[in-house]
Design a protein around this ligand. Structure first.
Ligand code: GLA
Length: 753
């Protein structure tokens, strides 16, 4: 047994063929099978040091053959169909979908990667070129790189497995290298596979549409495949790359396996159950409309997949996913920095504004405590509607007669930060950018060209286009001394085709991935020059909420639906996979612009409090009492901002988007302070005056004070629960605290002596 101990992450090789990666929380065990390929033995709760006998025991579960087709007459009397594998291939005795498909001269290759050697690395720096998880110093991560070789085809495959100090996470990616003397084509290459020994799970995925993104959906697993995917060039409003497998819907107990991709583009995440109730989870680049030509000696590396594990149910998963994302995906500096309280003019003015109107709003915003003034769409070119001027990133002199620098100086002089909206990947037909460079647009030479929101997508697979967009944007960032940028993306890709790729003899099947790389390149250019600028991601609201975007943008506008009731469902889904600090909330007008719903300012504020806060309504027209209320709300939020943004988030009742009541909380690390948000969507007749919500997270040995009033022990809050506001039952109008639809209460619970 070789043991290599790096702080708390341990890597062991047992009997020369079995590899065990583990830290304080999890173990991951893989083995070299009889045929030389990589088999999977275990992922789950930490097993501690493993003995040779343990390994023999683990291996038996992976050595019984049920299938009839054997691996190979001369090398193995077993079938791959029922072996848990690390990176299975189709075409052997395993008939399920494989993780990699390669062809050469139109001939499919049946691949057979056998173990060659391994290496251990511990440096994983944050590199702006590619969104990937990172570690600081050599103590935070250990990466096992297993090199496998297919001798016959002369392809080399390296499987990367990374574990992190104190994280219930394994990050995987794969590199393939062409060692032949001719080009080959990758037709499919997944980031990760996770084989599980049974199918006693439900699958959760996050799906929806524009204005209702990332609702929690449950699927029962059956023999067959369930997949979520995108072919839109972005992760999309409809599906998210995150999927989870839960043993039960219990919020606090039971095993959960989940996966996500550090990627923003076409993806597939799927779960396949076979005839023997074994589950295979795979996730990676969507193989549809994908192909990559690998020239001699070239390598291709997949995006990373993050495989989460929790044995504390859905809340455990949320904690693992949020903690990992804040520490190892998002730029860590944003954990300490206060997220500015934003005023955004979009729903306040839409395109109808000028400098004077904005300055009036800015003065008001400053007076009531806001911190960053964001000029949304419409400040450039001749942009008075959404049909014009994208790609002409020069300030509109009719709206800003003194230029953007002068305007921004006034904003800064008020003590506000300055933010601007861009949609860098797009171009409107009425711009000189479009007219001078018609071949810079994503467009097939066919006559039929789809146009969305009156705009075209720029060909970000062409590095010259990316560079040119940056050369336009950079002087604006400099002139306005921007503190904040909103990066929007309001249409998806159709008739995907890059004239640049054809000119350079690069297959069009590489387009979508190269486009994603072009987007990364622009982020890299911007953040290299302006590392302290806060970029907020956005794609027609939540059309690109993923780890690939969070690598560059510490927060994302999660939906164009700012209705607080809808946001309950969107935040519930999003928080399964992403930290609260990434979910930007704005208090908007009532009735709400997207659904026409009337809710109270209190209700809207109590929803928006959880995460980075902003306001997006015409504050120049609000009644004085509402303005004073907002001022107080902001002062309150500022006092507790760290907890609202970075506290541990939990669900206390249900994650079902149909649920009429939502109760969630944030807590500090030493469990001395909590906020519990309680929301009831619709009034229900005589549903009981008194109801309780158990608080599993409080310390039973402490005494807590609720809203500065009642004092009660943690044990009571844990076992009886927190008393919800008194409900109206038809007869208690005088004492009822919950009356009518859309009611909320924010409990502040603090430990006292
Ligand atoms: C998208 C965004 C909105 C707003 C508009 C402006 O829809 O999601 O927040 O910026 O574009 O056109």
């Amino acid at each position: 047994m070789i043991t290599n101990s790096m702080t708390n992450k341990i890597f062991e090789i047992i009997n020369g063929h079995t590899f065990h990666l583990h830290n304080q929380r999890i173990s991951y065990v893989l083995t070299i099978m009889e045929n030389g390929q990589l088999g999977h033995l275990y992922y789950g709760k930490s097993l501690g040091a493993l003995s040779v006998a343990d390994i023999a025991y683990l291996k038996t579960q992976n050595s019984k053959s049920a299938g009839t087709v054997k691996y190979s007459p001369d090398t193995g009397n077993f079938t791959l169909a029922d072996r848990a594998q690390e990176y299975p291939v189709y075409g052997s005795s395993d008939f399920r979908r494989g993780a990699i498909d390669v062809s050469c001269n139109q001939e499919p290759w049946y691949l057979d990667f056998k173990f060659a050697d391994y290496s251990i690395t511990s440096d994983k720096p944050r590199n702006l070129e590619t969104p990937e998880s990172y570690a600081i110093g050599n103590e935070e991560a250990t990466q096992l790189n297993m090199r496998l070789v297919d001798d016959q085809h002369q392809l080399e495959l390296t499987e990367h497995f990374t574990i992190f100090d104190n994280q219930s996470v394994v990050v995987r990616s794969t590199t393939v290298k062409n060692c032949t003397n001719k080009p080959v084509n990758i037709e499919n290459m997944m980031s990760a596979v996770l084989e599980l020994p049974d199918d006693k799970f439900q699958m959760i995925n996050l799906s929806g549409a524009w204005l209702k993104e990332r609702h929690v959906k449950f699927h029962n697993l059956e023999q067959g495949t369930v997949a979520v995917e995108s072919l839109k060039g972005a992760s999309g409003h409809q599906h998210n790359p995150f999927i989870a497998l839960v043993r039960s819907q219990d919020l606090n107990q039971g095993e959960v396996y989940a996966s996500n991709l550090v990627y923003s583009g076409n993806f597939i995440s799927q779960v396949e159950v076979n005839e023997w109730h074994k589950t295979r989870l795979m996730s990676g680049l969507n193989p549809t409309y994908f192909g990559w030509k690998l020239d001699v000696n070239e390598s291709f590396k997949t995006p990373e997949a993050v495989m989460y594990y929790s044995d504390h149910g859905i809340n455990g998963l949320m904690d693992v996913a949020a903690g990992f994302t804040k520490k190892h995906v998002i730029d860590r500096r944003w954990r300490q920095r206060d997220r500015p309280i934003v005023f955004n003019n979009w729903e306040a003015t839409y395109y109808d504004f000028d400098e004077q109107k904005l300055l009036k709003l800015a003065r008001q915003a400053k007076r009531i405590g806001m911190e960053c003034f964001v000029v949304d769409d419409g400040w450039f070119g001749q942009r008075n509607t959404d049909r014009s001027s994208l790609g002409d990133w020069r300030v509109d002199p009719r709206k800003f007669p003194n230029g953007i620098a002068a305007f921004s100086k006034k904003i800064h002089a008020m003590g506000l930060q300055m933010g601007l909206w861009f949609e860098p990947e797009m171009v409107s037909p009425d711009t000189s950018l479009y007219q001078e460079h018609p071949d810079w647009v994503v467009r097939h030479p066919y006559k039929c060209v789809s146009i969305g929101r009156g705009q075209y997508v720029l060909d970000f697979a062409n590095p010259e286009v990316v560079e040119s967009v940056y050369q336009q944007i950079k002087p604006v960032i400099l002139a306005a001394e921007l503190d904040y940028m909103k990066w929007d993306m309001n249409r998806n890709i159709t008739e995907a085709y890059s004239p640049y790729l054809t000119r350079h003899n690069i297959p069009q099947t590489e387009f979508f991935h190269r486009y994603a790389q072009g987007v990364n390149r622009l982020y890299q250019l911007i953040l290299t020059d302006f590392p302290d600028m806060l970029i907020e991601g956005c794609a027609g609201g939540g059309g690109r909420f993923d780890l690939g975007t969070l690598f560059y943008c510490p927060q994302i506008w999660p939906s164009d639906d700012s209705d607080a009731v809808e946001r309950l469902s969107i935040l519930t889904g999003t928080a399964l996979a992403y930290p609260l600090s990434s979910f930007s909330n704005h208090v908007s007008a009532a009735p709400n612009d997207q659904v026409g719903r009337q809710t109270s300012l209190d209700f809207r504020q109590m929803v928006a409090d959880f995460g980075p806060l902003g306001y997006e309504l015409d504050i120049s027209k609000l009644p004085l009492d509402e303005l004073e209320q907002i001022k107080e709300n902001i002062a309150f939020y500022r006092r507790h901002r760290q907890l609202f943004v970075n506290g541990r988030f939990r669900q206390l009742q249900s994650i079902d988007p149909q649920s009429n009541e939502v109760t969630w909380s944030v807590e500090n690390t030493d469990k001395t302070e909590f906020f519990v948000g309680f929301y009831r969507k619709l009034a229900t007749p005589n549903s009981g005056v008194l109801n309780y919500v158990k608080l599993p997270m409080v310390d039973p040995n402490l005494t807590y004070q609720i809203d500065g009033q009642e004092k009660v022990s943690g044990a009571v809050l844990q076992h009886l629960g927190l008393r919800q506001p008194y409900q109206f039952n038809g007869a208690n109008r005088d004492t009822a605290e919950l009356y009518g639809d859309f009611q909320a209460h924010l409990f502040h619970i603090v430990s006292v002596e």
